[in-house]
Design a protein around this ligand. Structure first.
Ligand code: THU
Length: 134
């Protein structure tokens, strides 16, 4: 992916972060997912007083894209803390694996980010073939 495309996606994630509902952790996160055909969907984290009912920014973004009928993705950008690269949680990695999101951009700022492949972040994932082996 070109540097300008990465920056664009990080900007969209930053925009989505502004919508964050995170009164419990006070850790706002934004994500933006880029589809194969060039559409971008943003998502923010959305917390709940019953903590496990909270939703991460990445799953919110992917959920919006899936709702719009999208199934094929090129990348997802995530931005949370300014002091460190926000890494996706295990549940979000599983969801990224479901839709084969190949590239994960973990941002600290628009200029400072790290790139990971899905395989790096989530090796040996449980996949559909696993279901057939009972
Ligand atoms: N969170 C995300 O939305 N994405 C991540 O990649 C890491 C964690 C959220 C969940 C919770 O609302 C807050 O950040 C603190 O864990």
């Amino acid at each position: 992916m070109r540097a300008e495309e990465i920056r664009f996606l990080l900007e969209k994630a930053e925009e989505a972060r502004k919508g964050s509902y995170s009164p419990y952790s006070r850790y706002p996160v934004g994500a933006a997912v880029l589809t194969e055909d060039g559409r971008v969907f943003g998502g923010c984290n959305m917390e709940n007083v019953s903590y496990p009912a909270s939703l991460c920014a990445e799953r919110n973004a992917i959920g919006s894209a899936v709702t719009a009928g999208e199934r094929a993705f090129r990348a997802i950008a995530i931005i949370g803390s300014r002091d460190d690269y926000t890494m996706p949680c295990g549940i979000c990695r599983q969801v990224m694996a479901e839709f084969h999101v190949p590239l994960i951009i973990c941002g600290k700022s628009m200029e400072d980010y790290r790139l990971f492949t899905l395989d790096e972040l989530f090796p040996s994932a449980f996949q559909e073939e696993g279901l057939k082996k009972q």
